[in-house]
Design a protein around this ligand. Structure first.
Ligand code: AQP
Length: 338
């Protein structure tokens, strides 16, 4: 049986369902890099099987996967330190997901807000994969016995479901086999909002490009999007508490603090009391300073797609070395012969 003492291990993933956004960077990738430098074994995945739960253009998906890998590395993930790979290369994820489809209950999945948001009023026409997405996500995590998962706030509910699935599996089969994985949600920008609507999450699949900052945007595009970002007429208050009921202003302040590696209260020493005519150029300058080197490195890496493919293939091999024995043990617990 696999070791059930659970070595400290981080898993997280991002879908290659479009270009990376500032939300993905601040909510997830920046945290991945911090955890890579900590005491954890770190595994980061381009979750291409999640991406096809909604329609993807096959001509675009493979390159989007490579670009995501380039984004990971450009932001500081090192394939020598972290395992980087794409999900479809490691069949153990889908195999364990089937077991979890049989553990999770329909009612649990029906309550997922991402399912409700993405399926909308047209649930009959949504894919079965979109509905079962959280079971595959639980398998992504638990097939490595991952103990910690860094994510943005929007994924908190799916992480809770992952714990419910692990607990029910352990209970139903009378084992202590899967860990109850801890979500790691932190930093000043755990939920980066759309630049056009402070009530909506910044998202790669938002039809409006002006709603988001893409990791591949150049300095002019970043400055323009911040200049045109929706705000209100008032100057910034002197402390964070004064931003209640001002979602767009609050969002820009959180982005500023996260980019500056400050907590929001400290950020007010720089920006408190300023009008948007002053604050927006400060934010644009900081965003360009932090994001331009990442974007330039992504472009450089993307010039050699076969090198990225080699990194993904090597990462998949290392991932399978961990996932294979855990899946075999899970199958044995379930009672599969052979
Ligand atoms: N706006 C955000 N603020 C903070 N964190 C965010 N994340 C995504 N958007 C924000 C975090 O990024 C990780 C990867 O997310 P994903 O690509 O797997 O799926 P998602 O959350 O559905 O991201 P998008 O951009 O909204 O993709 P689409 O539009 O394809 O659905 C997660 O850790 C997430 O929390």
């Amino acid at each position: 049986m696999a070791d059930t003492k659970f070595v400290p291990r981080v898993f997280s993933g991002i879908q290659p369902s479009g270009g990376l956004t500032l939300g993905n960077y601040l909510g997830a990738i920046k945290r991945f890099v911090e955890m890579q430098e900590g005491e954890f074994e770190t595994i980061f995945c381009m979750v291409d099987q999640h991406a096809i739960t909604v329609r993807q253009d096959p001509a675009v998906l493979a390159d989007a996967t490579r670009e995501l890998c380039a984004g990971f590395m450009a932001a500081g993930l090192d394939p020598e330190k972290s395992i980087l790979f794409n999900q479809s290369r490691v069949p153990e994820h889908a195999q364990l997901a089937w077991v979890f489809n049989c553990v999770a209950r329909m009612g649990w999945l029906n309550r997922m807000t991402q399912w409700k948001d993405k399926a909308g009023k047209n649930q009959e026409n949504a894919s079965v994969g979109l509905f079962a997405y959280p079971c595959l996500m639980a398998a992504d995590i638990l097939v490595y016995h991952a103990t910690h998962v860094p994510v943005g706030m929007d994924q908190k509910q799916h992480l809770e479901l992952t714990r419910d699935i692990a607990a029910k599996f352990n209970h139903d089969y009378g084992v202590d086999f899967f860990p109850l994985t801890e979500p790691v949600i932190g930093g000043a920008a755990t939920r980066v909002m759309s630049l056009r609507d402070g009530s909506q999450k910044m998202s790669k699949s938002d039809p409006s490009d002006m709603s988001r900052i893409n990791m591949t945007d150049d300095a002019d595009a970043i400055a323009k999007k911040i200049r045109k970002a929706k705000t209100d007429a008032d100057a910034l208050p002197s402390e964070f508490a004064g931003l209640e009921n001002r979602p767009e202003a609050r969002n820009l302040v959180c982005v500023y603090a996260a980019l500056a590696d400050m907590n929001v209260d400290d950020a007010f020493a720089d920006i408190g009391g300023r009008g948007f005519g002053e604050f927006k150029p400060m934010l644009a300058e900081l965003a360009v300073e932090k994001l331009a080197p990442i974007s330039a490195e992504m472009s450089r890496l993307m010039r050699d797609p076969s090198a990225i493919d080699a990194i993904l293939a090597a990462g998949a091999g290392r991932a399978r070395d961990i996932a294979g024995p855990i899946l075999r043990d899970a199958h044995e617990i379930v009672g599969f012969a052979g």
